[in-house]
Design a protein around this ligand. Structure first.
Ligand SMILES: CC(C)(COP(=O)(O)OP(=O)(O)OC[C@H]1O[C@@H](n2cnc3c(N)ncnc32)[C@H](O)[C@@H]1OP(=O)(O)O)[C@@H](O)C(=O)NCCC(=O)NCCS
Length: 163
């Protein structure tokens, strides 16, 4: 499988919107306008996985000085602080037919590596209980139930600190 991870570009907007709608229920999926704002605001922390020119997954998130994600971050890309301490992860998506082949893990490792190399203090994310064990494999620590009400679901705060 010839998989490539690269930085997003605005031409990818329709493809990433399609991937997002296939990975999340409508109440949780980021809308096209929101993804467009993210691509324009933090292209340096938005990566896509591509196979033979087709986008099959992506990872993205703003940079912040907070150690936990709060809901306004998802809808307001202007909360991005380009020289902030922590890389947030808003979404990690791989379309169903390419899941369980380690593609999300490669996207995550890429994001962690870039964050480390650019001098961040760590990476933060929120996830549902069924994915806590998955993120722990990358070294994330579970900090308990998040204040986030995103999409009406229950989320957990996870953090990976580099030191
Ligand atoms: C969560 C998600 C991103 C994972 O994507 P993925 O590419 O399947 O992830 P990986 O392949 O790295 O790992 C998934 C599982 O497959 C396993 N796996 C990885 N490579 C494998 C292989 N070659 N053969 C068999 N299993 C494999 C992993 O160990 C992992 O198992 P686990 O759940 O027991 O820990 C994907 O399922 C998705 O997009 N879901 C919907 C959206 C979502 O919930 N995103 C996360 C919210 S923040």
């Amino acid at each position: 499988m010839n998989m490539k991870i690269r930085k997003v570009s605005i031409e990818d907007l329709d493809s990433v919107t399609e991937v997002e709608s296939r990975c999340f229920p409508m109440s949780e999926a980021a809308k096209k306008e929101s993804l467009e704002q993210r691509i324009k605001t933090f292209p340096g922390s938005f990566f896509v996985a591509e196979i033979d020119g087709k986008i099959i997954g992506f990872i993205n998130g703003c940079i912040t000085n907070e150690k936990t994600i709060y809901d306004e971050m998802f809808s307001d890309a202007n909360l991005h602080i380009s020289n902030g301490d922590y890389q947030a992860i808003f979404g990690l998506d791989v379309i169903p037919e390419y899941q369980k082949q380690g593609i999300a893990a490669q996207l995550m490792n890429h994001m962690i590596e870039v964050s480390r190399l650019t001098g961040r203090k760590g990476v933060i994310l929120t996830c549902k209980d069924k994915l806590i064990h998955y993120y722990e494999k990358f070294g994330f620590e579970n900090k308990g139930v998040s204040k986030s009400q995103h999409g009406g679901a229950k989320w957990y705060d996870m953090i990976l600190e580099f030191y």
